[in-house]
Design a protein around this ligand. Structure first.
Ligand SMILES: Cc1ncc(COP(=O)(O)O)c(C=O)c1O
Length: 313
């Protein structure tokens, strides 16, 4: 996804002029920030920042009304934060962006792993995802209307195809990995064994079932974390993924992750590339926090084991 976003930033910014504007957010993974910021610097375009409402961790959509103007060319925003789990109101943000004549590039890397995706409802012109986040191999994808892609001219070899989407590919595709992507989609579509219909219908049903399963478990995790006095959690968005981000008083995030690993619980510590957000939270220099994410294969016993291991610490 990072590589593709750099490719789209280089391509889209080719038409940006000094005085044009883009809007990025402090909620986003840096892969949906820095490629745009660096492309804007090269084009002489101005970067405007959407701020996160802390400590709730929401990205208020209303602020886009003042961030957008008739010079705005692009809005880059996340469908879900990979640390706080916040799902911003992308539909509202896109509606405002489109009214201003801007394109919307949505980072769906975290979101796509945790629920059904409806690009049209989000109003995304581009939707980026990475198959390794949803049981597949490490293949990134940017999904967009072929008519929109046909207007874009990425740097490419003279000999490579001009057609869309092939004009965006470099060299020979990773065919073995692509076969793995299809297998991962099949796997996800089969999670809900009662789902019927086309693969897309089964996929949507399965991901909706996965999302409600995860959020039910998350309620227990959230309440359990809140009941441990030494634990501080970050983010309390109403619309979210089942992703907890927390610190434990008296222990660095790294120590907490190592302690949990000793209990055979896999979490991640650090900024997780949520570079601007962890700085805004004031925790980046101290090792940021610990992320515990729930997915479809987790169960109540996993949550209980995590809470018990933290209580012991
Ligand atoms: C929200 C989000 N965006 C972007 C990325 C980058 O994806 P990739 O590793 O495919 O470049 C990640 C990876 O962790 C992510 O979580």
């Amino acid at each position: 996804m990072t590589t593709l976003t750099y490719r789209f930033a280089a391509t889209l910014s080719g038409t940006w002029k000094p005085g044009d504007e883009i809007v990025v957010s402090r909620l986003d993974h840096d892969a949906n920030v820095r490629p745009w910021v660096q492309a804007a610097a090269r084009a002489g375009a101005t970067v405007r920042w959407a701020e996160v409402d802390l400590p709730a961790g929401e990205l208020p959509a209303e602020q886009y009304e003042r961030l957008l103007g008739d010079r705005t060319r692009l809005v880059a925003v996340s469908a879900a934060s990979n640390v706080l789990g916040t799902r911003p109101d992308v539909a509202a943000i896109s509606a405002l962006a489109h009214r201003a004549g801007a394109l919307v590039y949505v980072d769906g890397v975290h979101a796509a792993a945790h629920g059904p995706v409806d690009m049209a409802a989000l109003g995304a012109d581009f939707y980026a995802t990475s198959a390794y986040k949803w049981s597949g191999p490490h293949v990134g994808a940017v999904v967009a209307d072929p008519a929109l892609l046909a207007d874009l001219l990425p740097d490419k070899l003279a000999s490579s195809p001009d057609e869309v989407p092939e004009r965006f590919e470099t060299g020979t595709a990773a065919f073995a990995d692509l076969a793995g992507v299809a297998a991962a989609v099949e796997h996800l579509a089969a999670l809900d064994d009662e789902a019927t219909g086309t693969r897309r219908e089964r996929l949507l049903a399965s991901m909706a079932a996965a999302e409600s399963h995860e959020l039910e478990l998350f309620a227990t995790l959230r309440d359990g974390l809140a009941s441990i006095p030494a634990v501080t959690t970050y983010g309390a968005a109403a619309h979210r993924t089942a992703t907890a981000y927390f610190t434990v008083a008296g222990h660095t995030p790294r120590e907490v992750a190592e302690h949990l690993a000793g209990h055979r619980i896999n979490v991640w510590n650090g900024h997780n590339y949520a570079w601007e957000l962890t700085a805004a939270l004031g925790i980046r220099d101290a090792g940021s926090a610990v992320r515990a994410g729930l997915v479809h294969y987790n169960d109540a016993e996993d949550v209980e084991r995590l809470l018990t291991a933290l209580e012991r610490l």
